[in-house]
Write a protein that binds this ligand. Structure first.
Ligand code: HEC
Length: 119
């Protein structure tokens, strides 16, 4: 009896965990409407100063990688917009990439997607 309850608990956790970690498939849809003009298809940025997620970049001029930043940090930078003061020549990323405001869950989906692009 006890054992089957444990198994059921584990099963619930497995069902919930993708939702908690963000759904990259949903993130892809947001990425392709809002982020693609600057960050490029599959994260292959083609505009100078825009980080390439395919190369795991966050702030390329400082050698900072996306995989080194926490989800909280990346969420904040996407929501507030981002301008790295050490690269004055680079373009500015507007809040939410200039798109409509995103919920916490949508940001998690997006982050799961952009993290999946690194090769
Ligand atoms: C108008 C062009 C533009 C759009 C649209 C855009 N970005 Fe950016 N993004 C940039 C630029 C430019 C930088 C780098 C700014 C710098 O380094 O000063 C950047 C940086 C970033 C970074 C790295 C910041 C960090 O945390 O260190 C992330 C993550 C990011 N963008 C995610 C996104 C997501 C997700 C979207 C879609 C919601 C998006 N961007 C849409 C231009 C854009």
């Amino acid at each position: 009896m006890k054992r089957s309850a444990g198994l059921a608990g584990a099963f619930v956790l497995i069902l919930l965990s993708p939702a908690l970690a963000g759904n990259p498939q949903k993130g892809k849809e947001i990425y392709e409407t809002t982020c693609i003009p600057c960050h490029g298809p599959e994260g292959n940025a083609i505009i100078p100063g825009v980080p390439s997620f395919a190369k795991d970049e966050a702030i390329p001029g400082k050698g900072i990688k996306l995989s080194e930043l926490s989800d909280e940090e990346v969420k904040r930078n996407i929501s507030r917009g981002f301008k790295n003061p050490s690269t004055p020549g680079a373009p500015i990323m507007p809040p939410f990439g200039g798109g409509p405001p995103l919920s916490d869950g949508e940001l998690e989906d997006l982050i799961a997607y952009i993290r999946s692009l690194a090769k």
